[in-house]
Design a protein around this ligand. Sequence first.
Ligand SMILES: [Zn+2]
Length: 208
Amino acid sequence: MKLIDVTVPIDASLPNYPGNTPFTLEAIKRLARGDSSNVSTLHMSAHTGTHVDAPRHFFDNAPGVEALPLEMMLGRTRVIEISSRSGIGAEQLADLDLSDDVRILFKTSNSRLWGSPDFHTDYTGVTASGAEHLIAHGIRVVGVDYLSVEEFKKPGAPAHHVLLGGGAIIIEGLNLRDVDPGIYDMLCLPLRVVGADGAPARVVLRKS
Ligand SMILES: [Zn+2]
């Protein structure tokens, strides 16, 4: 069985979405300083690196990440490659038969941006029409290969509103560079942070 880890490493070179808390590992105790052990504090956004968005990200009083059903994030998942750099819209999805799909991960040129610690604002996101198309076709997990499903600074954040409002879970920050399009078994387990609008997750694909 082949496991493909599509989680980005969380380290100081991870690009940070503008305005979010950058990741740092703070040394609280260090053996080298005479302490009894090494203990660190993690400082980071709930949307650091590879992470899941909960409905609470855009809707007050909606479920936090701890309430997301695990079975939604485990199971048959389709990786679709999109070559368009102008956004993933209904037009780019029109020719795909999604009737067997519930979970889709979009592989785009974004996956090549992970080598750079800078945040790139020209990444490919999902447009309003793309999000509506996915919800209308029964897709309930949508994964993307950069830090937001939304096109950068899109007024009204339509992709988040349509997807989260339509009952879908969003996975952001995947690295799909080494993943061929096709069908996989996905394991996506976000941290059980009560009340959080998102949480980092380990995401692994298995080819059966
Ligand atoms: Zn998001």
